[in-house]
Design a protein around this ligand. Structure first.
Ligand code: F6P
Length: 351
């Protein structure tokens, strides 16, 4: 059995745990071989490979990033991309390929499985936790832990200076990191794309808090949050803040900058001194938490088993504490959004 692996899209802590698990399971249990492809789908199109044996994956479990490298390459946007991939499958003699990635990487994998009959299985990853069909993606727990630690630190400086501190976190068009880290860090307000809140409400909440004697506030804002106007209160009237013009190979805008805009409005409207901390890529870097190492490892083992069982078009997922295969098509469904119930818990502590 010859198994290929690629890691695509934004990196996240836990990718190396998955690679290690696929290699150890494929070689140790099935006596097979593993071939890594460098830099996501780009490496598969170009045949840029790295043989992966037990030695190559030794010691990588606690390491952040991915030893294979990654990219946001979309083969369906390159002339002859899918055909080049078919050729590389034949050349490498692959029995199956494990695509480890988010909705874009898995979406490509699913199309190649469906439209080109290629033997592909998926492993869902992203710090954003926005993939349908699984309760969690690995990388998310680490990002939440990093953001929570940052909020704890910002609390002490905000309190010392009587300031409002706006903390901008990642998450693309969902507020999972914001809401979980915000609850864990005791944020005074959490703003996420799923539940639009007007700027007037934001400022009123901070004013009320000051009125009850709390002269500092921590506001967590997800990079994809939008602010509807008070009159219409509809998200459609708002738009995301982007840090860069243009889109990537999958049509995504580059989010970022909402924290600064929000801080300006808060300071102008309330008169309270306000500062911003944009956590950015720190949330994706470094060593994974124990939870993400275990989840990545369990996903990797399931993926190797799927290839061995020739059960293609599936991806690993976790439901409760059960790690099970589900249809890979889930990854291309609507993104998984924060529900009202969780936000209600967070709201209890606002103001
Ligand atoms: O999907 C993970 C993520 O970190 C998002 O939270 C963020 O919006 C995006 O990737 C940033 O992408 P890039 O690495 O291309 O700048």
């Amino acid at each position: 059995m010859r198994v290929g692996i690629l890691t695509g899209g934004g990196d996240c802590p836990g990718l190396n745990a998955v690679i290690r698990a696929i290699v150890r399971r494929t070689i140790g249990k099935y006596g097979g071989e593993v071939l890594g492809f460098r830099f996501g789908w780009a490496g598969v199109m170009e045949g840029n490979t790295l043989p992966l044996g037990i030695d190559e994956v030794s010691g990588i479990l606690p390491r952040g990033g991915t030893i294979l490298g990654t990219s946001r390459t979309n083969p369906f946007r390159s002339e002859g991309g899918p055909e080049a991939i078919e050729r590389q499958f034949k050349k490498a003699g692959l029995d199956g390929l494990v695509a480890v990635g988010g909705e874009d990487t898995l979406g490509v994998g699913y199309r190649l499985f469906q439209e080109h009959d290629l033997p592909i299985v998926g492993v869902p990853k992203t710090i954003d936790n926005d993939i349908s069909g699984t309760d969690f993606t690995f990388g998310f727990d680490t990002a939440v832990a990093i953001a929570t630690d940052a909020i704890d630190r910002l609390h002490t400086t905000a309190e010392s200076h009587n300031r409002v501190v706006v903390v901008e976190v990642m998450g693309r068009h969902t507020g999972w990191i914001a809401v979980k880290a915000g609850i864990a860090g005791g944020a005074d307000l959490i703003l996420i794309p799923e539940i639009p809140v007007t700027l007037e409400e934001v400022c009123d909440t901070i004013r009320k808090r000051h009125a009850r004697g709390k002269r500092f506030s921590i506001i967590v804002v997800a990079e994809g949050a939008e602010f509807p106007s008070a009159e219409t209160k509809e998200a459609a009237d708002a738009s995301v803040v982007v840090s860069h013009s243009g889109t990537d190979a999958f049509g995504h805008v580059r989010l970022g900058g909402i924290g600064n805009k929000l801080a300006e409005v808060i300071e102008e409207d309330t008169g309270y001194e306000t500062r911003v901390s944009v956590l950015g890529y720190i949330q994706r870097g470094g060593t994974p938490t124990a939870f993400d190492r275990v989840l990545g490892t369990r996903f990797g083992v399931v993926a190797a088993d799927l290839v061995h069982g020739r059960d293609f078009g599936k991806m690993a997922s976790i439901h409760g504490d059960r790690v099970i295969p589900v249809e890979m098509s889930h990854a291309t469904e609507a993104i998984k959004r924060v529900d009202n119930e969780l936000y209600e818990v967070a709201r209890t502590f606002f103001g």
